[in-house]
Design a protein around this ligand. Structure first.
Ligand code: PLP
Length: 498
């Protein structure tokens, strides 16, 4: 299986080249040349396997320049019960006869990013070796919270790598900050930046393009790389859990082999829902993919009108991981729907950067055959958390609530009662305050600190508090460094001791 760029069909790469490069030099994203076919008989076999075997089967179809042993080694290093709180890795929970929740948050940082970031370091180091990289790979991340911690945890003590995370000093929650500054491991480095997320992000981008600085790093046996969500190595592990959910529904007798399901995904950068689309393209029986947004509903409007327009108010919501106005992975979707039309993609992306908007014209018809889109505002999200708790005694986080809210809107407006899998992207404990106040009211939280609120949520929900969060209270703070945005390159050198 070879890979090409969404903006230049003449590019031809192996999977390890695509993973170690991250982004194509023409600015496009790497995409597989074709979709491997998974037959119903394969899915039937998957239903008898555990998660690691399912993942090895799917990844083996895409990473054809990896040996079977290499893929199996990656699986064992990532998807084990030391990292995940359940052997099922991504279990499916039944809400009612036609709604099932795919829980993607049993990993070490309690959010779905773990599903990819626990395995990416292993894919990346093996890819770098195959691509002939001799130096240690240093991953540089600017984070608004969740990605930084998930990357730190994933890369922690992985041979041949270092991980450096910058976060905005006053732009992350106290829990998120604690999660990062207490990170253990010999190869991890964390620094605050005196500025907002954009300052940290721009600082990282500058470091990547600073030739002199990169030469200085190379002399010290280090090359930089990114764990950004546009990397193919982050996308491909996400395809697995949609097959896994379907296989679980078969194994549980909930659906017949070949029966179509709907899938709802709470969407930000369009990575997770794109993975579900790729699963459908490979043969997973899917009727409709439902794209759920919060008040930042740029995707809802795009899917319903064919016009992508980022010129709008940016809202800070209680589902912050979906507060995004430019969904990078959408480029891969439009590329496929357009029949792999490089010129069209280049045109749209040019318009996006110059005018902040583009119109896909008659592609809209095709897009709305595949996708349904709607959004939930803040009040609807809170109400969905409370209603889901009352109706099913099931506690969901704010992002998952957006998905359930949109699922209800879809079923009501279309009358389609097809069995639906709802992707649940974070543990309710990760957003304890919003979840507890949605169920018990704001007054119940007065006088409580973050850990008090976690205890309150544990009383409400009866769910065990994830070890990773309960341990935070007593962990040693390892990183206290703060730097100015301009001082970020020097900070990288200082942290690495070079
Ligand atoms: C990152 C994230 C999302 C959005 O996923 P995309 O792949 O960017 O669309 C949704 N929920 C949570 C909790 C996340 O961390």
């Amino acid at each position: 299986m070879n890979y090409t760029s969404t903006r230049d069909d003449s590019k031809n790469l192996t999977s390890s080249e695509a993973i170690s490069k991250g982004l194509s030099s023409d600015g496009g994203l790497f995409v597989p040349r074709e979709f491997p076919e998974i037959a119903l008989s394969d899915i039937s076999e998957l239903s008898k396997m555990g998660y690691r075997e399912r993942a090895a089967f799917i990844l083996g179809k895409y990473l054809t320049d990896f040996t079977e042993e290499e893929i199996k080694a990656c699986m064992s290093a990532a998807y084990n019960t030391e990292n995940f709180e359940t052997e099922k890795i991504a279990p499916v929970t039944k809400l009612d006869d036609n709604k099932f929740v795919l829980e993607l948050w049993h990993g070490p940082t309690c959010a779905f990013k773990d599903m990819a970031l626990q395995i990416l370091p292993h894919l990346l180091t093996k890819s770098a070796k195959k691509a002939g990289v001799k130096e240690d790979v240093a991953i540089l991340v600017a984070t608004s919270g969740d990605t930084g911690k998930a990357a730190l945890d994933g890369f922690c003590d992985v041979e041949g790598t270092k991980i450096i995370v910058f976060f905005p000093e006053n732009g992350v929650s106290r829990i998120q900050k604690l999660q990062m500054v207490t990170q253990e491991g010999k190869n991890v480095y964390v620094s605050a930046v005196n500025g907002n997320f954009d300052d940290a992000q721009n600082g990282v981008k500058k470091i990547f393009t600073d030739k002199e600085f990169n030469e200085f790093l190379k002399k010290n046996n280090i090359v930089l790389s990114s764990a950004n969500s546009i990397n193919w190595g982050r996308l491909v592990p996400q395809i697995v859990y949609y097959f896994s959910a379907y296989a679980d529904l078969i194994a549980g007798g909930n659906i017949e082999l070949g029966e179509e399901i709907n899938i709802v995904v709470p969407t930000g950068n369009f990575g997770n829902i794109l993975a579900s689309y790729y699963a459908k393209r490979m043969g997973l029986p899917v009727k409709k993919l439902i794209c759920a947004s919060n008040s930042n509903n740029v995707l809802t409007d795009f899917i319903n009108t064919g016009v992508y327009d980022r010129n709008r108010t940016f809202y800070t919501t209680i589902s912050p991981s979906m507060d995004i106005l430019i969904s990078s992975n959408l480029e891969r979707f439009i590329y496929d729907v357009s029949g792999k039309d490089n010129e069209k993609i280049i045109g749209y992306m040019k318009k996006l950067s110059s005018e902040g908007r583009y119109d896909v014209g008659d592609l809209k018809e095709k897009i709305s055959e595949i996708l349904f889109a709607d959004f939930c505002d803040e009040a609807e999200t809170k109400k969905t958390i409370a209603d889901t708790f009352q109706k099913y005694s099931y506690t969901v986080d704010t992002h998952t609530a957006v998905a359930i809210g949109v699922c209800n809107k879809y079923m009501e407006s279309t009358g389609d009662n097809t069995i639906t899998v709802i992707a649940s992207t974070a543990s309710p404990y990760k957003f304890s305050a919003s979840v507890a106040s949605a169920i018990k009211g704001d007054d119940a939280l007065s006088g409580l600190d973050e850990f008090g609120i976690i205890d309150l949520l544990s009383e409400i929900s009866n769910l065990p508090v994830p070890k990773a969060l309960s341990e935070l209270k007593n962990k040693e703070i390892r990183f206290k460094a703060v730097c100015e945005p301009d001082g970020m390159p020097k900070q990288v050198g200082d942290l690495l001791g070079i």
